[in-house]
Design a protein around this ligand. Structure first.
Ligand code: CP
Length: 302
């Protein structure tokens, strides 16, 4: 992993996922380590973020490195017409590692091709969110004790949800069974179903939430992403299609855990938050340890 960019979750092998998870567990035990002393990490966020940016920044700070960057393209020279290529070439001069979120699919891969330092994709449009995926794997392994042979229900926006796209690719190494629960308008794209077919991975598609989560180990809720809809009326039709509440958890598996990449809008009722099955806030904390591990691996420090 040393000096390699992380753009798609498919850039890593099964063994590399497990290595990152092992190092993340070390950082969870000892999050403050001075291994990035003298190093500079750039966070270039062309799209809003709370968890990804702040957990990366927390990770770098706890490792003794320094952060530079911008949180909004409007405060960068992009507004003057600077190309992504020129921005990336410039920031490569100032940093040891670039972490970038951008609304355009493929932008992170392009940035990695022009950068002279490694690039981590912090989300490119509806395409990939590989570091979210790594923290999801860490959360699943930590709560279930294994990644193997689990039933994972994915609920909501499976069409535009980059986190579910990354997660099915990663989990495909661990013989999962998937249940895709979405309205017709937001179904899992065919390319991902073809991918699962080619690997012999079982999946079912449903419209109803109800009993389709009863035998799941993981229920992965997602937000319907208003910002991905060209037509606001289409968003209005599907925005409240699933709202998970406390009553719906009756009859689910004892150790089932509810994950959500967050932010949530209203797809999980707040009455679920203090249920032992709600794991989305600890999941966000796991993002710090997992991102520490990814940074340390890419910079050759672990
Ligand atoms: N999970 C996630 O990507 O959250 P942010 O958009 O707040 O970074």
């Amino acid at each position: 992993m040393k000096n390699r960019s992380l753009i798609s979750i498919d850039d890593y092998t099964r063994e590399e996922y497990l290595e990152v998870l092992e190092v993340a567990a070390e950082f969870e035990k000892k999050p403050v380590q001075d291994i990035l002393k003298g190093m500079v990490v750039a966070t270039l966020f062309f799209e809003p973020s709370t968890r990804t940016r702040l957990s990366f920044e927390s990770a770098v700070n706890r490792l003794g490195g320094k952060i530079i960057g911008f949180t909004d393209a409007a405060s960068s020279s992009t507004t003057k017409g600077e190309s992504l290529k020129d921005t990336i070439l410039t920031v490569s001069n100032y940093s040891d590692l670039i972490i970038m979120r951008h609304p355009l699919e493929g932008s992170a891969r392009y940035a990695s091709e022009v950068a002279t330092v490694p690039v981590i994709n912090a989300g490119d449009g509806a395409n990939q969110h590989p570091t979210q995926c790594m923290l999801d794997l860490y959360s699943i392994q930590k709560t279930q004790g294994t990644l193997d042979n689990l039933t994972v229900s994915m609920v909501g926006d499976l069409k535009y949800g980059r986190t579910v796209h990354s997660l099915i690719m990663a989990m495909s190494h661990f013989n999962p069974t998937f249940k895709f629960i979405s309205p017709d308008e937001l179904k899992m794209p065919d390319e991902y179903k073809f991918f699962l077919d080619s690997k012999g991975i079982k999946y079912e598609e449903h419209i109803e939430l109800g009993e389709n989560i009863s035998n799941s180990d993981i229920v992965y809720m997602t937000r319907v992403q208003r910002e991905r809809f060209a037509d606001p009326l289409e968003y209005e039709k599907v925005k409240n299609v699933y709202i998970l509440n406390k009553e719906m958890l009756v009859g689910t598996k004892e150790n089932m855990k509810i994950l959500h990449p967050l932010p949530r809008v209203n797809e999980i009722n707040e009455d679920v938050d203090d249920n032992s099955k709600a794991y989305y806030f600890p999941q966000a904390l796991n993002g710090v340890f997992t991102r520490q591990a990814i940074i340390a691996k890419i910079l050759g420090l672990k």
